[in-house]
Design a protein around this ligand. Structure first.
Ligand code: MN
Length: 228
């Protein structure tokens, strides 16, 4: 059957050592570091993880300059470890979860905080606060080393050279295997899925002309600029 217009290209992320990772879906975990849960006004006592999504074509690659998003006067950075799924499955046991990981990357869950806060207050969906154009910057993907799970190491983001968020991946409330196990109960995970695993404390505003520089130990850094 003839398509009535050309199908959109599949968004891809470069993989360290060669090749491109085709992005299928983007899942994000809310409140996965204790101090960030507190700064957002919540009791972090291991409430079950919850998830929201962004469209696959919201990814932005390392080195890009993006326009300042519309409809917000409070755009926030959230530095996050991104897990790239290479093998699908449903009801994945925690003990097998790392077998489903293709690799890891540095990501930023850009958030229109004013729209998200309004949505929370009114009991509305978060989509327009979270899943807008260019809202999912991601660095090159580093292939997972089965012998070395990425469960610790520095995670930070600087804005114009100033450190805004600085923590350690070991402080994730829900670890990567736990997140995969939980999420795969709600949806069948598939190769190409990305999971943004949540942000530590220190989220804050970025604006026109700002440069974000994200880092996680062992991965490629991510640099994204917002157009002046
Ligand atoms: Mn986030």
């Amino acid at each position: 059957m003839a398509l009535v217009f050309p199908a959109p290209a599949v968004p891809t992320v470069p993989v360290d050592g060669g090749g491109e990772f085709p992005v299928r879906r983007i899942f994000c975990v809310g409140r996965n570091y204790t101090e960030h849960a507190r700064e957002m006004g919540h009791d972090p006592d291991r409430e079950d993880p919850f998830f929201f999504t962004k469209p696959a074509d919201t990814i932005v690659l390392d080195g890009a300059t993006i326009p300042h998003p519309s409809m917000t006067s409070n755009l926030h950075h959230e530095i996050e470890l991104v897990v790239a799924i290479g093998k699908g499955g449903r009801d994945i046991p925690e003990a097998e979860a790392l077998d489903h990981v293709f690799g890891y990357a540095v990501g930023v869950d850009l958030t229109r905080r004013d729209l998200q806060n309004e949505a929370k207050k009114l009991g509305r969906p978060w989509d327009m606060g979270k899943g807008f154009d260019d809202s999912a910057p991601i660095g090159p993907i580093t292939r997972a080393d089965p012998a070395k799970p990425l469960d610790q190491g520095d995670i930070w983001i600087k804005v114009n050279g100033e450190t805004r968020q600085s923590s350690d991946v070991s402080k994730l409330i829900w670890s990567t295997p736990e997140v995969i196990a939980y999420l795969s109960r709600y949806v069948a995970l598939a190769p190409g899925d990305l999971i943004y695993t949540g942000t530590p404390e220190g989220v804050g505003k970025v604006g026109p002309g700002d440069e974000m520089h994200g880092h996680i130990a062992g991965l490629h850094d991510l640099r994204i600029r917002i157009a002046a």
